[in-house]
Design a protein around this ligand. Structure first.
Ligand code: PSU
Ligand code: MN
Length: 321
């Protein structure tokens, strides 16, 4: 009886519930450059229609560098690696009606045949399962301020500790405790590298005030690092931080003021858990009258360019070896 159940379990587990677009399948078969993209940034990170416009622009930027974009989301209980235009539109219109899905939510959303937007953590899991080593996003989750009381530490950090995917981002927002976030990443054994600068960036702002644990000069050096992470079979993730270009950065003071107000509102409204990050993102955007949204869009486009170049360089290492 038990044997039968375990056999059935193995059969089920081997039939992965994935829909991968033919273009991505083809690129992966040739070890060509593919860039994974998350979907919580579309559903919960930006308002419609800017979310869909940005997601499309990001895909175009990835293509312009010679890589294939793979936006990841769960639609009707099916994992999609690569979203066609109308599916992207559908997800963008759903907004927060799609469930923000981290590692703990994945099985649940599949069992309920639901719609799930993937966070950094779950996008890493699904990218790895599909064989995509490079993933571009805006910012990763981290240690929330007041975590000594609330214990609110993003599952993104533990995922980075155990899933070998390189995450290209603009650092972490100062809605979080950046210093503690860097500490937890160190504990998790995650290599954190800033590209082209000595300081770790703070999303809207190019300098968080903290030195980056390591630095590389360019995309080709970044790809080299990823290659060696794979060779060592470390099985841990990597963060590549790309500072927002100075001319597109938001005004430090007005952003900081908005963040402080939004954080106070979180406390007074009793918002916690998975709702906190989306609430903060929305309020900061409202309070800065779109200034933060403009910076957010600019930095994700910049990350897409850098991440796609890394994927192209990494693919060269694999096809030449
Ligand atoms: N930080 C941002 N923008 C985002 C997110 C985080 O600057 O869009 C999203 C990402 O999907 C990230 C998630 O994985 O929020 C983290 O949520 P939490 O803090 O609840 O773990
Ligand atoms: Mn949290």
């Amino acid at each position: 009886m038990f044997r039968q159940i375990t056999r059935r379990f193995h059969a089920l587990a081997s039939s992965k519930p994935f829909t991968i677009t033919p273009e991505i399948q083809n690129a992966l078969a040739k070890k060509g450059p593919v860039v994974a993209l998350e979907s919580t940034i579309i559903s919960h990170g930006m308002p419609y229609p800017q979310n869909v416009e940005t997601a499309r622009a990001v895909e175009d930027i990835v293509r312009a560098q010679g890589a294939i974009p793979a936006t990841i989301a769960i639609l009707k209980g099916q994992v999609h690696i690569g979203l066609e235009d109308e599916k992207l539109e559908q997800l963008g219109k759903m907004g927060a009606k799609a469930q923000k899905s981290s590692r703990r939510d994945l099985a649940l959303i599949l069992s309920k045949r639901g719609y799930g937007a993937t966070t950094v953590a779950s996008t890493m899991i699904l990218a790895r399962a599909a064989g995509i080593p490079v993933f571009v996003t805006g910012g990763i989750g981290g240690v929330h301020r007041g975590a000594d009381q609330s214990f609110d530490i993003s599952a993104d950090l533990t995922e980075l500790g155990r899933t070998p995917v390189a995450v290209v981002c603009a650092g972490v927002k100062s809605i979080l405790d950046i210093e503690k976030t860097l500490e937890v990443l160190e504990t998790q054994g995650v290599s954190v590298t800033t590209i082209g600068e000595r300081r770790f960036p703070a999303f809207y702002i190019p300098d968080s005030g903290f030195d980056s644990p390591s630095c590389v000069y360019d995309e080709s050096e970044a790809a080299e690092l990823i290659y060696h992470n794979h060779r060592l079979e470390l099985n841990s993730g990597m963060v590549f931080a790309v500072p927002i270009p100075k001319e597109q950065a938001a005004d430090t003071q007005s952003i900081q003021k908005a963040i402080d107000t939004a954080l106070a509102e979180v406390r007074s409204n009793g918002i916690s858990g998975k709702d906190e990050t989306p609430f903060l993102l929305r309020r900061v955007s409202e309070l800065t009258k779109g200034e933060s949204l403009a910076a957010n869009i600019a930095l994700i486009k910049n990350n897409a360019k850098v991440g796609a170049r890394i994927a192209v360089e990494l693919s060269k290492s694999y096809t030449n070896s």
